[in-house]
Design a protein around this ligand. Structure first.
Ligand code: GLU
Ligand code: MG
Length: 452
């Protein structure tokens, strides 16, 4: 980052800070998401925003090896108490927080003291991979779905208590929590988040919000903003929002599905092509690359031991390494969309969950897709019906350690992430697997469900 850029950011941040101060905003939350999938923060008073834009806000690199329980591990390049990084707010995303009056939010990129990009910054990784696609004339539109469970009472209690007994997808749940849900829509709208849908999901107390697609980094930022809005709004309402992969072991969990479409200029490459179900050859190769890499990608998209309690057959979680047209049991679901709606065709990766760092997810998925293009891959025939019943399809890894093995074997992910980021992710995965090695499924669920 050059000195000129910083001076420009300083000037702009002064204007923004004045405006926010006039609107009663006292503080700005600068967030990043760590390799364990937790959103961490440094905040500054509003008047300090210009300084943060020019000089950044200090933080220790050791956060790259934090685990879900706040303990630390170490890795080849990163670990220990030494060093300092600077968090730089992305002023384009500065948003006053409707469910946290007095606060605004901005996601941050991480640089070192001399202005060099921190090699393990997840958000800069997502930017780099977006740029790699752009160099080939390709852009991506992406969107995360957010699933969560609300409970009431003591958050640490063993048996969760739900504020609604309404059935799966039941209108009764919307009636029971009518103010909670309406005010949530209001908060998201006030933040200019375009919501597509809000509905009760399958599990007790479970809901889902989906939002309009954005560029890859924008989609990851939105995933953070939507989640933090749900968190703040739930807490103010006296409810506990749980974003862990599973709330009760043995039940249907929370997914963090990623939708994506590939574009060339204004053309959606997921349709009007000669490939399977109307996709173009480019789109087919990209999706085939994602499908090939899924076992390794799970170490990014299903990063917790709890993820494997969710990733079970016949729970719409996508436990098999196959694709299908509108098949909700396939890890990769192709959605052709209506013929007169050119923007609608897209693919959904279902096997990912909300413990994942969304910046790592978008960057790693682009990496896998571009590798598919390089190899000129084609897709196998699509699978229809539940693969668990047919018994022919390959299961995705069933444990974090197996996914980690596949991740460590992945030359494409290793190259794209670079040593410091790759090794710190691997270290966190290994340490979390060890952390829960002797825990029962219910203990894992209870220790993780409220952490993300
Ligand atoms: N809750 C399911 C999951 O764990 C997904 C349900 C759906 O398809 O929306 O991914
Ligand atoms: Mg859902």
């Amino acid at each position: 980052m050059g000195t000129g850029d910083r001076e420009q950011a300083y000037t702009r941040a002064r204007q923004e800070a004045e405006r926010l101060t006039a609107d009663g905003v006292q503080g700005i939350a600068l967030t990043w998401v760590d390799n364990a999938g937790l959103t961490r923060v440094k905040s500054v008073p509003t008047a300090r925003l210009p300084h943060a834009a020019r000089r950044g806000v200090g933080m220790s690199p050791v956060f790259d090896v934090y685990l879900v329980d706040d303990s630390m591990t170490t890795s080849r390049h990163i670990g220990g108490p030494d060093g300092d990084l600077r968090l730089f707010p992305d002023l384009d995303r500065l948003t006053p927080l409707a469910a946290q009056p007095g606060w605004a939010w901005a996601p941050a990129d991480r640089y070192d003291q001399t202005g060099l990009a921190h090699p393990a910054c997840q958000r800069l990784f997502a930017r780099r991979m977006t740029e790699r696609a752009r160099e080939r004339g390709l852009t991506l539109r992406m969107g995360f779905e957010t699933e969560w469970v609300v409970t009431e009472g003591e958050p640490t209690q063993d048996k969760p208590r739900y504020p609604t007994a309404g059935p799966a997808y039941g209108m009764a749940r919307v009636v029971d929590l009518t103010d909670y849900l309406a005010d949530l829509l209001g908060a998201l709208r006030a933040q200019r988040v375009e919501v597509f849908q809000l509905h009760p999901e399958y599990s007790p107390g479970q809901f889902e919000v989906s939002v309009a697609p954005a560029d890859p980094v924008g989609a990851a930022d939105l995933a953070v903003l939507v989640r933090e809005t749900i968190r703040a709004h739930s807490t103010r309402t006296g409810l506990n929002p749980l974003f862990g992969p599973v709330v009760e072991a043995g039940g249907v969990g929370n997914g963090g599905h990623l939708h994506l479409s590939l574009w060339q200029d204004d053309r959606n490459l997921c349709r009007d092509g000669d490939g399977p179900h109307g996709m173009t050859a480019t789109s087919e190769a990209f999706l085939a690359g994602v499908l090939r890499e899924l076992p390794a990608l799970l170490a990014i998209g299903a990063p917790s031991p709890a993820s494997y309690l969710r990733l079970e057959p016949s729970r719409w979680a996508g436990a098999y390494q196959c694709w299908g047209v509108e098949n909700r049991e396939a890890a990769l679901r192709f959605i052709p969309g209506a013929p007169d709606d050119p923007g609608a065709a897209n693919a959904e990766i279902k096997c990912f969950d909300p413990a994942a760092n969304p910046y790592l997810v978008v960057g790693a998925v682009i990496t896998a897709g571009l590798a598919g293009l390089d190899s000129g891959l084609t897709l196998p025939p699509p699978v229809s019906g539940d693969p668990a019943v047919k018994g022919r399809e390959r299961r995705l890894p069933t444990s974090l350690l197996t996914a980690l093995e596949r991740f460590e074997d992945s030359a494409v992910l290793r190259e794209a992430l670079g040593g410091p980021l790759f090794e710190s992710i691997a270290a966190v995965r290994r340490a979390e697997a060890a952390l829960f090695e002797k825990a029962t499924p219910q203990e894992i669920a209870a220790a993780t469900r409220g952490r993300y």
